[in-house]
Design a protein. Structure first.
Lengths: 439, 283, 312
């Protein structure tokens, strides 16, 4: 591994000598601090560097809990928490990309289940398959097969899921909804009429919408609606390039969005999902279609589930569970391979997932963690997770390669402005042609 | 003529002092609005940040936002210091050497070399960003302040060279001739003649580089993103871009980030302006 | 706010005959002294530009580097993209308002300051302090001022000027102009400094002579002062123009390109495409297009400057 390499740089000539020495000294120190001593190769000693973007409240506590569990098992290992904040992971991914390309991977890194890992690092031959770990830990009986399929390709498993978030959820201000005499909608058509009656009853923008930071929130609306219009199989086909985005079902999904947009706040480009939550709390909006991290946000602002707020599946998607899932894999050339493997085992263990998920606000990927650790809504999600059809989210890196997802994001940003269903559908198909050719 | 020295009023003018003064004041209001915005938001506690009273002065100065901002930004503040000081010293040194050579030791093609050097100051840095990141990764300097120091030293060469070249051009040739007759070498002349008189040049260059590097964002956000290595511009943006931004903290943070360069501008403004108008005005 | 506000225009004219003669054993010394910088710039500027050109001509559009040659495909694709087309339009639009705003405000302020009333130095400092700030600081503060839920709209409401309210940064029709306000606020001081220096450089005798000939103040300005300020105006247009083409920090902080593509710029799109979407080849292509746009502005300027020098 290249960590012990120290490449001499030719630096400045004359006057730069002393100062050059300073810089050299600085970078040498930095280098030493970053690398430390080389790993001896046995689990239980040495270092462990875990790379993630878990810097927010809740998630960083969950991560700390997992570190504690690891420390109990391997007390002599020094853990480095290389979490990078910003952009819902986009900053961390950029830093990771540069390190991976330069051959300096961390021991393990957070990555969304599925295409985010498979279409990039697995395809680039920079990951080790963890099928043998999966089997030796007996995860087949603990983690649903649908989810295992998402993290596998070519017969090998590539990462272990730690937590599962739900993407197809419609959150609502229960007290406000009840007071207006409106019920939470089941189907997209009911959603449209609920929005219009709420507006008639004085809520100017009943649908809270955020699009700051890249419009991924709007892509969530799109994928939920495609799921509603075409069902799980069609959804998977269209997201793997086997079905067309110009299909009537996608057009239907977009049309529903177009019907809802007039009821959404117009300053969505300047607010993120948590501010959209605030609108629901304040009562200036009633509905918010968002992943179940919104639940953690609501409870952290002292809202009580099923009293202050409620949740139903995103209109038309009952029986389906849109997976947003974080996983950890094993990069080739991990500096402390044995320690990394130890980490993966902690991630997939009942103990690890029981410690992490309640803090993160997600549900465990394992089905044998006691539901009593979780709040009421999470408990109902855990039950549904066992029986629903699991579908991977495109907006969150599971169903499609990042290049496609970001093209969709761009297109969604345009769609909010132009509301042109046909044009958007055809642009989506162009993106599919370009990025989803073979999967 | 220097714009830094007030001059006697003009004999006749289009504006009566009243009208001119009024316009000057209006402009001043425009330029000072953000200062007022900072005062009016950062000194309020969260409760006071309601929309309707948004432009009113705070009832009492609540410094809680400053302490929060300070805790959040202090590490990156020091990162910026560790970045700016070495980078400024190094690039100024290089600049002075180059300025000396290009102004006093002409060789064939010196002008072409200078122009090619100067072009480096104007390029959009996006056009070198990808290979730069790859290069830094190869020499293991990606991700932190040391790499950023190298970057700023290299890309600061053109502007530092420009400022010094024009500064040294004002040194009379006779001074060097005399030294040469006395047997001084090229380097000797630099050490004993150019360096001692180059203090004002160094001041201008260093103030300029300090300001530029402290305020810089593109390289910082591309190269030094790890939380322990972020310069303050990146940390400020992450602070503001993070969840549920609280205006008072953001504004307090903005002030913190602005303070060093503002102070330099207030105390050493004349040198800053010289750097700004580098080369075109003497005085 | 890069290093590039400096002017190479009126540099000291140096000629060969004025340089010191070097003894033979010292002939190489100047070259050796300047070599490190030349090498660094050769690699880090020209070498890297070449590398970027190469990246733009290959099929590297994922996390895995792929150096298969595809010719100009990336450029073709780029110009077909709605987003990039919007970027180019935005660049022109933004440059126009940025230049107009800075020059008008800068010239106006300079003329006012040139009246040499008491307190000129104070006002000067007030008009120029934004130049000492980072675009990130400016963007953070102005983002708040130009937010329709707080900031300016509240003041307009208090002054009963509600008709002037707008979506500012969140309305695709006004977002770019709002961005322009912040940019002009930051950089107009530079223009002012240049124009003021120029105005002060105009000899009073010239104006007195014109006055004696019966010219009034307006004619004085348009026939004498303004034409004499042309070289400075040209420099200002070039310097500010190239800053405007490269604008990144302010957009990143204030709007990140939104809403939709309303404030997206090539510089920002390059960064997003490369570091967030991992479309390296596309990012490289955008970077080269950006470089060409800047070069069209700067290269004639530098060449003209170079010619002016070697004519000595």
């Amino acid at each position: 591994m290249g960590n012990d390499r120290w490449t001499r740089r030719q630096f400045v000539g004359t006057a730069g000598k002393t100062a050059g020495g300073v810089v050299l000294g600085l970078s040498l120190a930095d280098f030493l601090a970053a690398c430390g001593t080389s790993s001896p190769g046995t689990a239980g000693t040495g270092k462990l560097e875990i790379f993630s973007w878990w810097t927010g409240p809740g998630e960083k506590d969950g991560l700390a809990e997992m570190f504690k569990i690891y420390k109990n098992k391997y007390p002599s290992v020094t853990i480095t928490n290389s979490a990078v904040a910003g952009g819902a992971g986009s900053t961390a991914k950029a830093v990771l990309a540069t390190r991976m390309q330069g051959g300096r991977p961390p021991d393990s890194f957070q990555v969304h289940a599925g295409q985010e890992l498979i279409s990039s690092w697995v395809k680039a031959n920079k990951m080790e398959a963890i099928t043998s770990i999966w089997n030796s830990e007996g995860w087949d009986s603990k983690i649903p097969k649908d989810l295992k399929d998402i993290v596998s390709s070519n017969g090998e498993v590539w990462s272990v899921p730690v937590n599962v978030h739900r993407g197809n959820a419609l959150w609502y201000n229960k007290k406000l909804l009840d007071s207006k005499g409106v019920t939470a909608p089941d189907t997209p058509e009911q959603m449209t009429s609920a929005l219009s009656s709420l507006k008639a009853k004085g809520v100017a923008f009943p649908l809270a919408l955020a699009s700051k930071g890249g419009n991924w929130q709007v892509q969530m609306l799109l994928e939920n609606n495609i799921l509603a219009a075409g069902g799980a199989d069609f959804y998977k086909n269209v997201m793997s390039g086997k079905a067309s985005f110009t299909d009537a079902k996608v057009v239907q999904a977009l049309s529903w969005m177009k019907q809802w947009l007039p009821y959404a706040n117009t300053d969505n480009s300047s607010i993120d999902w948590d501010e959209a939550d605030n609108r629901v709390i304040a009562g200036t909006a009633v509905f918010h279609i968002m992943g179940d991290w919104a639940k953690g946000d609501f409870t952290s602002k002292n809202w009580v589930p099923n009293t202050d707020f409620g949740v139903v599946p995103s209109p038309g998607t009952k029986g389906n569970y849109m997976i947003v899932c974080d996983t950890f894999g094993l990069p080739k050339g991990a500096p402390d391979r044995d320690n990394a493997i130890g980490w993966l085992k902690v991630c997939g263990s009942q103990e690890g997932q029981a410690a992490f998920n309640p803090k993160k606000g997600s549900i465990p990927a394992r089905t044998d963690v006691s539901p009593s650790l979780f709040d009421v809504i999470a408990q109902s999600f855990i039950a549904e997770f066992k029986t629903d059809t699991l579908v991977p989210s495109s907006a969150h890196g599971s169903a499609t390669p990042p290049a496609f997802a970001s093209a969709v994001n761009d297109e969604m940003g345009q769609f909010i402005q132009n509301k042109d269903v046909t044009k958007t559908a055809s642009n989506l198909q162009k993106a599919s042609d370009e990025f989803l050719k073979t999967s | 003529m220097s714009i830094l020295v007030p001059a006697a009023p003009r004999a006749r003018s289009r504006f009566t002092p009243m009208r001119a003064g009024l316009y000057l004041l209006l402009l001043a209001v425009f330029y000072l609005t953000p200062v007022f915005a900072i005062i009016v938001t950062s000194l309020k506690g969260i409760a006071e940040l309601a929309r309707s009273t948004v432009w009113e002065l705070p009832k009492a100065a609540d410094l809680s936002s400053y302490s929060t901002a300070f805790t959040a930004l202090a590490p990156s503040f020091f990162n910026s210091v560790f970045l700016v000081v070495p980078a400024t010293i190094l690039s100024a040194t290089l600049g002075s050497l180059n300025g000396y050579v290009l102004s006093k030791l002409r060789f064939r093609g010196a002008n072409v070399v200078f122009t090619l050097l100067l072009f480096g100051m104007f390029i959009p840095y996006q056009s070198i960003l990808i290979p730069l990141v790859q290069f830094l990764e190869t020499i293991n300097l990606y991700g932190g302040i040391p790499g950023l120091i190298l970057v700023h030293v290299v890309y600061g060469i053109p502007i530092c060279t420009l400022i010094f070249r024009n500064y040294f051009a004002t040194v009379p040739r006779e001074l060097l001739e005399a030294a040469r007759i006395d047997g001084a070498s090229v380097i000797g002349i630099y050490r004993h003649i150019m360096l001692p008189i180059s203090i004002p040049g160094f001041v201008v260059v260093m103030i300029w580089q300090f300001t530029s590097i402290w305020n810089e964002f593109l390289f910082a956000v591309t190269i030094a993103q790890t939380p322990t290595q972020q310069p303050i511009t990146v940390a400020l943006q992450n602070l503001a871009g993070s969840l549920a931004p609280e205006q008072n903290i953001q504004m307090a943070g903005a002030l913190m980030a602005a303070l060093p360069t503002l102070l330099i501008y207030i105390l050493l403004g004349r040198y800053f302006v010289r750097g700004l108008l580098a080369g075109s005005l003497k005085g | 706010m890069a290093t590039a506000t400096a002017q190479p225009v009126m540099v000291e004219r140096l000629s060969r005959s004025r340089s010191t003669r070097l003894p033979p054993w010292e002939k190489l010394t100047p070259l050796l002294l300047i070599a490190p910088s030349v090498i660094l710039i050769a690699v880090f500027v020209y070498g890297f530009i070449g590398a970027t050109v190469r990246t733009s001509l290959v099929r590297w559009n994922s996390a895995l580097p792929d150096y298969t040659f595809v010719g100009l495909h990336n450029y073709q694709r780029l110009f077909q993209l709605d987003r990039f087309q919007a970027d180019l339009v935005n660049t022109l639009h933004f440059t126009a308002i940025f230049l107009a705003g800075c020059i008008i405000l800068g010239l106006g302020a300079a003329v006012l300051l040139d009246q040499r009333l008491r307190g000129t130095l104070f006002f000067q400092n007030v008009y120029m302090y934004p130049l000492a700030l980072s675009f990130v600081v400016t963007g953070t503060v102005w983002r708040w001022i130009l937010n329709p839920n707080s900031g300016v709209n509240v003041i307009l409401g208090n002054l009963h000027l509600d008709f002037l309210k707008s979506g500012w940064l969140t309305d695709p029709n006004t977002a770019l102009n709002s961005l322009g306000i912040a940019a002009v606020w930051q950089m107009s001081g530079f223009c002012m400094a240049m124009f003021l220096a120029g105005l002060r450089g105009i000899p009073e005798e010239l104006r007195e002579a014109a006055r004696v000939d019966g010219a009034n103040e307006w004619q004085l300005f348009w026939r004498i002062t303004f034409p004499l300020l042309r070289p400075i105006t040209l420099s200002a247009v070039i310097i500010l123009g190239h800053i405007s083409l490269k604008i990144f920090d302010l957009v990143y902080v204030m709007t990140f390109g939104g809403p939709g593509y309303a404030t997206d710029m090539p510089s920002l799109y390059m960064w997003i495409a490369t570091f967030q979407q991992f479309l390296y080849a596309r990012g490289a292509a955008i970077a080269i297009v950006l470089l060409l746009m800047v070069a069209i502005l700067i290269v004639p300027y530098l060449v003209w400057n170079l010619r002016g020098e070697t004519e000595q």
